[in-house]
Design a protein around this ligand. Sequence first.
Ligand code: NAD
Length: 462
Amino acid sequence: MNSNELESLIRTILSEKLEPARRENTTSALFDQVDQAIEAAHTAFLTYQQSPLKVRKTVIAAIRHELIPHLRELAERGAKETGMGNAEDKYLKNRVALEKTPGVEDLITEALTGDEGMVLFEYSPFGVIGSVAPSTNPTETIINNCISMLAAGNTVFFSPHPGAKDVSLWLVEKIESIAFTACGIHNLVTCLREPSFESTQQMMQHPLIALLAITGGPAIVNMGLKSGKKTIGAGAGNPPSLVDETAVLDKAAQDIVSGASFDYNLPCTAEKSLIVVESVASALLAEMQKCGALLVSGAENIDKLRKVAIIDGHANKVLVGKSPLALLKAAGLPTPDREPRLLIMEVSADDQLVTVEQLMPILPVVRVPDYDTGLALALKVEGGLHHTATMHSQNVSRLNQAAQRLQTSIFVKNGPSYAGIGVGAEGFATFTIATPTGEGTTSARTFARHRRCVLANAFSIR
Ligand code: NAD
């Protein structure tokens, strides 16, 4: 063996021996054990916390810049792996998360000055945040929370839904590598190679987790709230859309069909039922059909759809986020040649299609005699979840009254529901809408401690 061959052999042996170790050690975003992943994120936090704000800004700018070329792939992979939603809308959701989630500029310092000195109110990081992401917006939530949480100076342990494992792991690893290249700190974001419900529960009890941000259904949000840790809970919703006789009907129809069909109704913010004043109901339904909605009529047909969509009082998981054609097929109903955007059907106010959050492109429609009855029903349907509602009306007093009575975190007037998360509308993007815990549409400052820093008897220079 000559010296070149010997060197090559040594390199091969070393790389075979070192590679698995390298994968297990702290130089990667992905770990086998919850402890390892959280400890690595905590070590990263200790350095990140001491770094100047410009480091955070550089990291966030790099994430925005480097992820852009991967958004289509992310959307396609997310739709394929979860079997829910569609790649086109997921692309828009991922894009808005990347471009419109506020960064460090969200942490606005306030100052008070007077004869007795000066007080600063500033936002400081918590530490390692345990962020639980849903299967319905897997990568959108990771991008959105990542930017918000890193902007506030935290590091993050992500618990993705096991049903969105591959695409989530790919994304966390990618973000970690972008962040490391930008600032030289490893493990600003971490995750497990095999995320599971058990590991999420273990994470919630870990002493180094300073804050929980839970985005998901009621069971997991309640689990977080019972953990004893500070929890930002972004829970389920059941957003009603209320239309009165003053609404501009063609515009309302367009907005409602667009909002309720967006990503096959997966967003927690999407219109889940339509409550319309009798005098304009038929005209509105006709306009909605012009916009691509398919009216399912006949009690028997509606019954078939209901039976497959809702099982034992809950959305049938197998059909969550499926296309309108897939839903028609599952119900054994005739399918049109062209895919409808949305399935609509007239039902009574207490129909399960109205009362259960189904997350499917099915929009039950309830006629009401007048606006007051409609608002009372909208309140009942929203169920005190403090999530989202939309309303179409030209009557400002009614819009004001409904917003005040419903007390939802998002209230969209004369627009599609997705306007409330920054898609095609003013306002920053968010995919973590903290409903039971009341922070509402979250951004960097939500994931920061609000601290008071006092200088006695100085620096009032007025
Ligand atoms: P889900 O509750 O099934 O899962 C959410 C997350 O919790 C996942 O990461 C999952 O792995 C984890 N999880 C679930 N059960 C668990 C258990 N027993 N132990 C440990 N971890 C567990 O929800 P989903 O189907 O992925 O998402 C849809 C739900 O999330 C809907 O109810 C929707 O309204 C809600 N959601 C809310 C918001 C918001 O911002 N408020 C955003 C998106 C989704």
